[in-house]
Design a protein around this ligand. Sequence first.
Ligand code: 5GP
Length: 181
Amino acid sequence: MAIERVEPYLSAEAIGTRIAEIGAELSRDLDPVEPTVFVCVLKGSIMFYADLLRAVTTPTNCAFLAVSSYHGGTKSTGAVRLTHDLTIDIADRDVVLVEDIVDTGLTMDYLLNLLRARRPRSLRVCTLLHKPAREEIKVPIDYCGFTIDDVFVVGFGLDFQQRYRDVPFIGVMHFDDADPA
Ligand code: 5GP
């Protein structure tokens, strides 16, 4: 049996500092009057989304969608499925898509095609993490918190089998052998 271990990778303080910087950047770039629709990609983005919205000083609207691409393991199946759609119309609206992590890029590519078809006025991509080593499709990223190594991370919204989302920092998931021969 394997024992799970989470090794600290990005501290809560470092994440907070970076989110404040991205929030300031977005506040400079976004419309100061018309609310921008911030789309939260459930569930992994929840912590990033909540902190980011409070760091943005221009007006915002909240919107949520959910996709599933991982099925319990640490490797993507490649098949992306929309499990919850937006409940608002984004036609002619400025939109910021908020993701937890861009790994292979398949999920982001799927989401961008989905949202572009709805004719928003603008569509920006904001991701907390980017793992370029595993890129399969190049996707445009307008705002990125951290570029990370090819490791499986949990915490700050990111899960392993629906656990660890509540961990306040980001850590690398290790599976140690409980009974080394
Ligand atoms: P992609 O489609 O880019 O391969 O993967 C995107 C989704 O896979 C992310 O939204 C996230 O839910 C999940 N994912 C990718 N890498 C990691 C990781 O290192 N840790 C966790 N917990 N989820 C990941």
